[in-house]
Design a protein around this ligand. Structure first.
Ligand SMILES: [Zn+2]
Length: 202
């Protein structure tokens, strides 16, 4: 197999890596930034993190996200209620788009990653269309915006705090956990390592 050209994302140094180097952790000779991760360790981590995130997202859908108390009025809302609750008429498509960006796209990314890399992590052959699934994982990355939603919710909470007593439900903290785990997972997503592992497993 031919060598792969990989750039250091910190200092722009360019390296030609042999495929067998994808099995080892490599560091940039100039700045020390991690270029590739060891294949097995990374794959197992990525698949288990994705499975954890899928389970957490499923809990987010069903548990209360925010609880409002104002006088005698009391209301608990799930994340779907929160997004759809403020929409009517022309705002419905926008609310659905928000729901897609914060829940469906991150969920699709996790499921595609498990589909593409799960078999490699447990030592099986690739499933059909595994390469397409992995391409989808990288394509969807800029569109999964759970963290931006959390910033929006935080701003809204500060503004609403004067109008009603708001308690934060368990789904809020779980969702925050998903955002942090997802950020950590993205730091492990080494394209070179993942693609080499996938192609070598065909
Ligand atoms: Zn570097």
């Amino acid at each position: 197999m031919s060598t792969d050209t990989v750039g250091c994302v910190v200092c722009d140094a360019i390296y030609s890596l042999r495929p067998e180097l994808a099995d080892q952790a490599t560091q940039c000779a100039r700045c020390g930034h991690r270029i590739t991760y060891g294949k097995r360790a990374t794959l197992a981590w990525l698949v288990s993190l994705s499975a954890t995130n899928v389970a957490l997202l499923a809990m987010v859908v069903f548990l209360p996200f925010l609880e409002l108390h104002s006088g005698q009025f009391e209301n608990a809302a799930s994340v779907i209620d929160v997004v759809l609750g403020f929409s009517s008429g022309i705002m419905v498509p926008l609310a659905l788009a928000v729901l897609a960006f914060i829940l469906m796209l991150p969920l699709s990314r996790f499921l595609l990653l498990i589909y593409a890399l799960g078999p490699i992590a447990v030592g099986r052959r690739n499933l059909p269309y595994a390469a397409r699934a992995l391409r989808g994982v990288f394509l969807l990355k800029p569109w999964a915006m759970a963290e931006i939603f959390m910033v929006g919710v935080a701003v809204a909470l500060v503004k609403l705090a004067d109008l009603a007593t708001i308690s934060i439900g368990p789904a809020f903290w779980i969702f925050a956990g998903v955002v942090i785990l997802n950020a950590y997972q993205d730091t492990l997503m080494c394209r070179h390592t993942l693609w080499t592992a996938l192609i070598c497993n065909e």
